[in-house]
Design a protein around this ligand. Sequence first.
Ligand code: NAP
Length: 319
Amino acid sequence: MAATTTIPSVQLKGCEKAMPTLIMGTASYPPSDFETTKAAILEAIKVGYRHFDTAFAYGSEKPVGEAIAEAVRLGLVRSRDELFITTKLWCSFAEPSQIVPACKMSLRNLQLDYVDLYLIHWPIRLTEMISKTPVAREIVRPLDVKGAWAAMEECKKLGLTKAIGVSNFATKTIEEILSSATVPPAVNQVELNPLWRQEKLKEFCKKKGIHFTAYSPLGANNTKWGDNRVVDNEVLAEIAKSRGKTTAQVALRWVYEQGVSIVTKSFNKERMKENLDILDWYLSEEDTEKINQLPQRKGTTLASVLGPHDIVLELDALV
Ligand SMILES: NC(=O)c1ccc[n+]([C@@H]2O[C@H](COP(=O)([O-])OP(=O)(O)OC[C@H]3O[C@@H](n4cnc5c(N)ncnc54)[C@H](OP(=O)(O)O)[C@@H]3O)[C@@H](O)[C@H]2O)c1
């Protein structure tokens, strides 16, 4: 597909700018260096991506920021406003008084005056920055959900972000936010792929008007936090063969047909294009039925990042 691909957008509640629904992720494994990430983002802009998903925790904010500046200098986009940028609050800055400063720090990393979407990365707080995992149990605390959300609302009020949302939040924690929120979360970004379908959470978000974004749609192929269970799945491969598509495209098309937006990461030019080429064809009812029968297995767990601590296991069981 050429650089002219028009990616459909969705209107988030309370956000004027439309959000492109096929999103380029920036969490890479093994971690990519600055120049590799910057070059990949520039390539993705050339290929047609307009929405980038970064996070303090990925270490990708600075190269993404440099790529945006370069894209404007090169005339690939007229201004930064043509791009939609999402970043996330890391758990080590999740105490309410730390949140506005953390958002400002991300903006400095990105060389931006505002982001389009700021998400709470995980519903948990760490009392320290972490350099290795698993972390010590003493630094893992529950999130002050209402206090943190009030600070997120402050980020929006100050114009640091156009929209605010959450990531890896279960229904119970979202209900807690909604009980006191002035601005409800616009987005919940959560793992979703043919092998982790998230039907209950997806339905809940729909009912509440919270847009659902799927991460790890390819099962985080070849990363520390995922494996090849999606891209090497035999049922998906069989459907792909019959349609002249790749297994990854069948997985992405199935996710797209769930009515969600999709963050897929590829720093490879050919796979970037392949992952956009899912818009002008459909899965049959029979294909969908087969995919909906696949056994379920969650990929990303917080326990694998922070350690199997009681509070972490409780959160993992909820999402
Ligand atoms: N909110 C959260 O807690 C959270 C958690 C995880 C991820 N995310 C976000 O979501 C993004 C995507 O998720 P993810 O990176 O975990 O997993 P993913 O997009 O499911 O998979 C990415 C992996 O698949 C490979 N890949 C990409 N396209 C492919 C294709 N067409 N065929 C075969 N392999 C392909 C990539 O390698 P190449 O680069 O070599 O193509 C990379 O190793 C992340 O980058 C991040 O921005 C958010």
